[in-house]
Design a protein around this ligand. Structure first.
Ligand SMILES: [Zn+2]
Length: 413
């Protein structure tokens, strides 16, 4: 029998409590990367529902989509992003500053192509990557960054330490929201670290999601939506102590939280971050329920702005066929009646249709050969870069609707 596409949880993935409370129902949506080549192909849908655990407080999705439906076409390679390269060097410096002199071995969980390990090699630190994507792991190893092709957790950590010894540094970037058992990943990191070692975890912070209404960051690949408090709780459970945070300069609103086995004095940054989060009441139902109400109001306001513009006539293109825009389009019910097409640079997506909303995805060169009257910036987290590109490459400076962050608004209208 074919494996089911998804399974509904009946208890919290973290603490096992059955007390799950629905926060926001985004409707039944296809897994975001299921783009179709033809409209006659059917796409399965899975409920996209955010809930919170009334016992431990962590926000999570009610459905677990089987990994082979999510990651089979996983094509993201870290090193391809320009911003990531500069950040990898800063990340290395920040890490080495916190661990102190003499660090000799660093381990990265879900290391992708090894981009974030390269700066450590340049500083004379021995490195090991762990990544379950076999092809990417093999390429990284061939390029001189030894990468174990495995899922990281307690069992893998035992193998790593037996073969390579204990590490001064262990880090995991943008991993924790994707894994069904994050406690096992953290336990593995604890096992890998020397007594004086330092670890780091980077994750999309729930306080930004809530404050700026990033409901488009809710999609099936992200099982969890962590607060700093949630992550600190998991670290404590593994005998680790968070002592500092840094705001990640990429990926739109993420924390890097630093931790150690020995308790260290809390930095001003982490003290301020804890307070900011508490003010939003994300450890209680209230904070999340207010978020849900604001998302519903945002959807109405966004649809109205778009449809009012549509009523004036003329053509409107969307820009960006990402996982985020898939959630936004599906939740807001935006389809061929509202937009003429979605423009995207990735050739892999061209001549396909957006999942669930049936909009043709076309290359910028094709789209701007017959330019639109207006653009909706679906990839709003890259607004500056895209505005610049449309102006320079296509001499296009027309009105643009920004759905997020915060209230939707037209610019240059
Ligand atoms: Zn729980």
């Amino acid at each position: 029998m074919a494996q089911a596409l998804s399974r509904k949880i009946d208890q919290c993935r973290l603490c096992g409590s059955a007390r799950l409370q629905t926060v926001l129902d985004l409707g039944s949506q296809p897994p975001a990367n299921s783009l179709r080549s033809s409209l006659s192909e059917t796409v399965p849908t899975v409920p996209l529902v955010l809930c919170r655990c009334e016992t431990c407080g962590v926000a999570q999705l009610t459905e677990t989509v089987a990994p082979q439906f999510l990651f089979s076409q996983y094509v993201w390679v870290t090193g391809t992003s320009k911003g990531a390269q500069g950040y990898s060097e800063r990340f290395c410096d920040e890490m080495l500053n916190r661990v102190g002199p003499g660090a000799s071995f660093a381990v990265e969980v879900a290391s992708n192509d090894g981009s974030f390990l390269k700066p450590f090699i340049a500083k004379g630190v021995r490195v090991l990557g762990v990544d379950p994507a076999r092809n990417i792991a093999a390429e990284a190893t061939a390029a001189g960054i030894e990468t174990l092709p495995e899922f990281f957790g307690g069992a893998c950590a035992r193998e790593v330490t037996a073969k390579h010894g204990l590490a001064d540094i262990a880090f995991a970037r943008n991993v924790l929201p994707h894994v069904p058992d994050p406690k096992d990943v953290i336990a593995g990191m604890a096992q890998c670290l020397k007594e004086m070692g330092v670890g780091a975890i980077e994750f999309h912070r729930a306080d930004t999601i809530v404050r700026e209404l990033h409901y488009d960051s809710i999609y099936h690949e992200h099982f969890f939506y962590y607060t700093l408090r949630d992550v600190e709780g998991m670290l404590q459970g593994a005998g680790l102590h968070a002592f500092d945070v840094m705001e990640s300069p990429i990926s739109g609103g993420s924390w890097v939280v630093y931790f150690s086995k020995q308790q260290r004095a809390a930095s001003e940054a982490i003290t301020a971050a804890r307070k900011g989060e508490e003010a939003l009441q994300l450890h209680k139902a209230e904070g999340w329920m207010e978020f849900a109400a604001k998302c519903k109001a945002h959807r109405e306001a966004f649809i109205k702005l778009l449809r009012d513009a549509r009523a004036k006539g003329g053509r409107i293109f969307g820009y960006g066929a990402s996982a985020r825009s898939s959630t936004l389009l599906n939740y807001c019910g935006i389809g061929p009646g509202d937009l003429d097409c979605v423009v995207d640079k990735s050739s892999y997506k061209h001549d396909k249709f957006t999942a669930g909303t049936n909009l043709p995805i076309i290359a910028p060169e094709t789209a701007f050969a017959d330019p639109p009257d207006r653009v909706v910036m679906l990839a709003w987290n890259f607004t500056d870069e895209i505005l610049d590109d449309m102006a320079r490459s296509f001499n296009w400076t027309g009105p643009v609707l920004l759905p997020l962050p915060g209230a939707p608004k037209w610019i240059r209208d």
